[in-house]
Design a protein around this ligand. Structure first.
Ligand code: BTN
Length: 305
């Protein structure tokens, strides 16, 4: 992580006046302050003042850092989370050079998309992490509905789909200390105003963009503002343990329930089954061919019909 931070600081000329000796003496808080400074500079596409102008939230996004280009907003968020940034701080970047998807996949992040990470301090244990991803999916789906997408669906656990194609992915990561969760980083990538033709061949078939589905561009700043408001609303439900309400919203938009799937759990546990539903912990319930039920907590779920 430190390498990525140093790379960013060098690119932004924050270290140009420092000798190697001086650089070695910089402590982590000083690094963090330089990163925060870069995140407050003016950017082209994403404008913090536009997002903040009438942002109707109490804490989500009130502290906002916007970058032109970083390796991954999740990496920056993780780094800043260990340096006293307030709960609900948001890190956005116009481009990412090595963004992470689930299962170690690379996430394409050119200009025109919404690439952001939220730092949360939810005081929960590991068992609640899947529900944070579920809740975030609901917030993205509601955002898409607000901008005129008719039937966004959520493919367990974290893909937002439009007309059967993926438009958004979510990567939730925990920052831990002594086996307890210090912070949770919620990374959201929305393919907003991008040209699918520029995507790598293997992604073209299963991916769509908001621009393609709406037939027009949807300003990134507005999208971000709506999302942050929806996200805070669902966070409030989460913080008040209103998990059933969140799950009800998820079920209403489920792409997975009722489908035949191939489940790929860690340690090569692969099997086919029929998706029956979702548990109150956010696990998928799959009926296997022999009629037994499996709870899928993590892994991939490939739709077969
Ligand atoms: C997935 O595989 O579906 C999850 C993709 C998550 C991508 C987002 S973009 C913003 C944040 N930064 C990252 O490096 N990843 C997440």
């Amino acid at each position: 992580m430190k390498d990525e931070i140093i790379k960013l600081l060098k690119k932004e000329n924050k270290l140009s006046t420092k000798t190697i000796d001086e650089m070695q003496k910089i402590d982590v808080n000083e690094f963090a302050n330089m990163v925060k400074e870069i995140g407050k500079q003016k950017t082209e596409h994403i404008r913090s003042e536009e997002i903040l102008e009438d942002l109707n939230t109490e804490y989500i996004g009130k502290n906002l850092y916007v970058f032109k280009e970083v390796s991954s907003t999740n990496t920056i968020a993780k780094f800043l989370s260990t340096n006293n940034v307030p709960d609900g701080s948001v890190i956005i970047s116009e481009k990412q050079t090595s963004a992470r998807g689930r299962s170690g996949k690379v996430w394409e992040s050119p200009l025109g998309g919404v690439w952001l990470s939220i730092v949360l301090n939810p005081h929960v244990d590991y068992s609640k992490l899947p529900l944070i991803t579920i809740a975030t999916g609901v917030a993205v789906a509601k955002t898409l509905e607000k901008i005129g997408i008719e039937n966004p669906e959520i493919k367990w656990p974290n893909d937002i789909m439009i007309n059967g194609k993926k438009v958004c992915g979510i990567l939730t990561e925990a920052v831990t200390k002594f086996n307890t969760i210090d912070n949770v980083i919620v990374g959201v990538g929305i393919d907003a105003n991008l040209d699918i033709d520029e995507f790598p061949e293997e992604l073209k078939i299963g991916t769509t963009t908001i621009e393609k589905e709406l037939g027009r561009k949807s300003p990134e700043n507005l999208l971000i503002k709506i999302f942050l408001e929806e996200f805070e609303e669902i966070c409030e439900l989460f913080n008040h343990s209103e998990y059933e309400i969140i799950l009800k919203e998820w079920r209403k938009r489920s792409y997975s329930v009722g489908k035949i799937v191939e489940v790929r759990e860690p340690f090569n546990k692969y099997y086919d089954g029929y998706v029956v539903g979702i548990t109150k912990e956010g696990a998928l319930v799959v009926e296997k061919i022999d009629g037994t039920l499996e709870k899928v907590i993590s892994g991939e779920c490939i739709i077969k019909n």
